[in-house]
Write a new protein. Structure first.
Length: 385
């Protein structure tokens, strides 16, 4: 272990102890400073929630990875960068460890494993996030998180394409407090999606200050203040944003829109669930999804805001995705009881037979203007015998 590694671990150890003892001071309404009626309230806030893996690329068994691509894992909350390394983010082919480097995109909560050399074609690999990985308060993953994928027969040379924007090109009546988004045809490198490459300009090419986040193939630009009303804007995505294999589109993409006179204060609502509430004899391979009345901020759709519990009231391990085209969030179970093996007798996403499950979408899920659901939405269903 290098001196830098030791210093890094010491730093994060101290930081975690400080954060776990974080004290929130709140003044009591109507209380003066002194005398028998004075006083202040002190609440100790301790983060005891274990982080979870929200998504990963490539997906479990259903996708192949170009032999020149990197792997990613997205967490439900901010993590300690010093704890994310090749000891806690591992890649193996059979019993052979694959050498590589690990980096962490703090703002995006994305860990990236870059193999030291090209992966072998048409091979099955296992990626594992081990419990030594921790959030900023020192809470580790509750269990190891492992998944498998198969490499393609060649390198990935396909350029990424922007397939949707929010708002659409030439869109009008855009709320003043809403975020701007761009969705891609494939998984992207989060580090390439920066405010310098995803720009918003107003009248006279005035640059709008903001920040960029990336979740689930969607980049989101958040202005630092409300947009001007009844004004035309231009969004530009630079041609050098890259996918996980380093492919770039090569040409800037722009789209225009205009704002309305006011902000969006309408909360999103659930318009349907699958399976439906109280459904019986549900096939064990059925997806668990919820459709919304409008697009949600993908950063708020995680395994903390969309949960599924089984008959024993334990939360299922799984991943969450959001499709902006249909405004649908989907929970996919990942049922590896141990580190994956060469062959699965059944899809690891299958539910248990003759069992009742409860899904919950919480008010932590918000639309692109920051409006939360009116309340938690829960539905239950029972699988077929």
């Amino acid at each position: 272990m290098s001196v830098c590694d030791v210093r890094s671990r010491r730093f994060w150890s101290i930081a975690r102890r400080m954060l776990s003892g974080l004290v929130l001071f709140t003044g009591l309404a109507g209380c003066g400073g002194g005398g028998s009626g004075g006083g202040s309230g002190v609440s100790v806030v301790a983060d005891t929630t274990a982080p979870t893996v929200t998504s990963m690329t490539p997906g479990e068994d259903s996708l192949v990875l170009g032999t020149n691509s990197a792997l990613t894992v997205t967490f439900s909350e901010a993590m300690a960068p010093g704890a994310i390394n090749t000891d806690t983010f591992r890649l193996t082919e059979g019993s052979n460890a694959v050498p590589g480097t690990v980096s962490f995109e703090v703002g995006n909560r994305v860990g990236v494993f870059t193999p030291a050399t090209r992966l072998a074609p048409n091979k099955r690999y296992t990626a594992t996030i081990v419990t030594g990985i921790e959030d900023l308060a020192g809470n580790p993953l509750a269990t190891d998180f492992a998944w498998c994928f198969v490499t393609a027969g060649s390198e990935d040379t396909t350029i990424p394409i922007m397939i949707a924007t929010g708002p659409a090109d030439a869109g009008t009546d855009f709320p003043l407090n809403q975020k701007i988004s761009a969705t891609f045809s494939e998984d992207m490198s989060a580090s390439s999606l920066t405010a310098a490459r995803f720009r918003l300009t107003g009248p006279g090419t005035t640059l709008v200050s903001g920040a960029v986040a990336y979740r689930g193939r969607t980049a989101v630009f958040t202005p630092r203040s409300k947009l001007a009303s009844n004004t035309s804007f231009t969004a530009t995505l630079a041609g050098d944003v890259a996918d996980l294999a380093g492919n770039v589109s090569g040409a800037d993409v722009t789209w225009d829109f205009s704002t309305r006179a006011n902000s969006d204060a309408t909360p999103p609502v659930v318009v349907g669930t699958s399976p439906a509430n109280a459904a019986q004899d549900v096939a064990i391979g059925s997806p668990i999804s919820v459709a919304l009345s409008e697009a949600l901020d993908p950063a708020t759709i995680t395994t903390e805001t969309f949960t599924v519990t089984g008959p024993d009231a334990r939360a299922l391990i799984g991943t969450v995705t959001f499709d902006p085209a249909s405004n649908t969030a989907t929970f996919t179970r990942l049922n590896h009881l141990t580190t994956p093996v060469a062959f699965h007798p059944a899809p690891v996403s299958d539910l248990d037979a003759n069992s009742t499950y409860t899904a919950v979408l919480s008010i932590g899920a918000r639309d692109m203007a920051g409006n939360a659901l009116p309340g938690d939405v829960a539905w239950s269903f029972t699988t077929a015998p």
